[in-house]
Design a protein around this ligand. Structure first.
Ligand SMILES: [Zn+2]
Length: 500
């Protein structure tokens, strides 16, 4: 079965598929299969390793379900809404502003409910599904509501729409644990929920999704400079500023330092734009499709002083926001201070103030999709995923040439040696061509075969996924060689005897 579509391959090979399939599925829910769950785990590991090891962030994990109070304070109860309109005939709900934009090809940014309602009528926008009349425009809150506990004393509750607020609430405790110093970085990984109106974009728009959100608490008097900015200042970025967008300009390629020098953004935001683009490229996402886009004044949240997204230009879904980087000022902590009556002030050298926050909010499902799309390769009859060994579900697969004469036992011993050394190693057996085909579609960068000669020369063949070159390597060197070629320390062709 040959199929060129990335979604079909992802489904067939078990990266991900729509959830609840046997009951007809519900939009916005996906299940990660054996390969996808591993790929997602590796992508999360990359982000976690960077933020915990290199940025010194504290890692925390808060509940997904919470009483409503924090979401009143954060503004989500009041304004975490989408303008919704329903078909009077078939009942299908739509995003009112999106439908209008599709019809008029004009932005609805900043328009009120009444204006949208009027324009839908004036432009005779009708139900795309059945042509029926559209009526009843209203603000629809995207939080999933439930209750904690039974009876009269049950508590109104919500599934969290983001992790950020659950990091702000324990700020005082985190500040103490961080030895009362700023800047203080905290990162949280986990699920969040948005009851989207009618999601039809696979992993790109989910009702239950995974996030990694880092919050840096800063001293507002001392937030201009980032101490490690020199490490990224030469990183080239494709940049679209708010001014470019207003003037309909295509944007520029700039070094991170240029963003700061031209006063387009702060060192903190430029630093994390560069860090994020580098992380995405290291995951295998096509760097030429990544763009740093600044939010325009009319799309940015009112409390944020500056917001940027890194976007990926996807074949299937158009532009996808992979991470949002925002200076949220002291808005969130001040709101929690006001609503909880608990002080969020810190005291640093006699100055009392509420810290500012720079937030770096990664989706995880979108990078997973973008890696899969970016890494799909067609080479003649062959289809493979060119995942870098840092994210590939498996780094190496081990096969016996045949399923007899003691070869499987020896191949399993090699797999065990590699697993013990910390590599993600898989064992498989069958017809060798079929085994390679399977690993190509799983994106496994290296395959090791134990054959009849292996018994005599104590060596095995390693095959490289991308160009199918093969080298012969002694079994006692296998752990070092695999380490060298996975890290790129040694070129594959030089890591053993190249076979012609
Ligand atoms: Zn309809």
């Amino acid at each position: 079965m040959k199929d060129d579509n990335v979604l079909d391959i992802a489904k067939r090979r078990g990266f991900f598929w729509p959830s609840f399939e046997i009951y007809g599925s519900v939009g916005g829910f996906y299940t990660y299969g054996p390969l996808g769950a591993l790929l997602k785990l590796r992508i999360e590991q990359m982000i976690r390793n960077h933020y915990v090891n290199n940025e010194g962030c504290l890692l925390i994990e808060a509940p997904l379900l919470s009483p409503e109070d924090p979401w009143v304070a954060s503004g989500h109860v009041e304004s975490f809404t989408d303008m919704t309109i329903e078909c009077g005939k078939c009942g299908e709900p739509y995003r009112a502003d999106h439908l209008l934009e599709e019809k008029t090809k004009k932005s609805t940014e900043g328009m009120s409910l009444t204006m949208i309602k009027g324009l839908i009528k004036k432009n005779d926008v009708r139900c795309p599904r059945c042509g029926g009349p559209l009526e009843n425009v209203y603000d629809y809150n995207l939080m999933f509501k439930t209750f904690i506990g039974p009876g009269k004393n049950k508590i109104a509750a919500d599934l969290r729409p983001e992790t950020a607020q659950t990091t702000y609430m324990p700020f005082r405790r985190l500040f103490e644990l961080g030895r009362k110093k700023l800047p203080l970085g905290v990162i949280q990984f986990g699920k969040s929920f948005r009851n989207e109106i009618s999601p039809r974009q696979g992993l790109v728009r989910l009702r239950e999704f995974s996030q990694a959100e880092a919050q840096f608490f800063l001293d507002p008097e001392n937030k201009r400079k980032h101490s490690k900015f020199d490490l990224v200042k030469r990183k080239r970025l494709s940049v679209l500023t708010k001014h470019d967008q207003v003037r309909n300009k295509p944007g520029n390629a700039l070094e991170a330092s240029g963003l700061v020098r031209k006063k387009l953004t702060s060192e903190w935001i430029a630093y994390f734009l560069a860090v994020s683009v580098k992380l995405f490229e290291d995951m295998g996402i096509d760097g030429s499709r990544l763009r740093c886009r600044q939010h325009k004044d009319d799309e940015r949240s009112f409390y944020s002083s500056d917001t940027w997204d890194v976007e990926y230009m996807s074949d299937s879904y158009g532009k996808i926001e992979l991470v949002g980087i925002a200076d949220r000022t002291d808005y969130d902590l001040k709101r929690h201070q006001e609503f909880s009556k608990q002080s969020m002030e810190v005291n640093i050298e006699g100055r009392r103030f509420v810290p500012h926050v720079v937030e770096i909010a990664y989706g995880i499902d979108r990078p997973v999709y973008s890696v899969i799309e970016s890494c799909l390769r067609h080479d003649g009859d062959r289809t493979y995923f060119s995942f870098p060994p840092t994210v590939s579900p498996y780094q190496v697969a081990v096969f016996p040439l045949v399923k007899k004469d003691g070869l499987p036992k020896k191949a399993r011993e090699i797999q065990k040696t590699l697993l013990d050394a910390g590599f993600y190693a898989l064992y498989d057996e069958g017809f060798i061509g079929r085994l390679y085909y399977r690993q190509d579609e799983a994106g496994t960068p290296f395959c090791i075969t134990y054959d009849y000669d292996s018994k005599k020369d104590n060596s095995v063949t390693i095959r490289k996924r991308d160009d199918q070159k093969q080298i012969r390597v002694r079994i006692k060197d296998i752990v070092n060689v695999i380490g060298d070629i996975i890290s790129g320390r040694v070129k594959f062709e030089k890591a053993g005897k190249l076979l012609k």
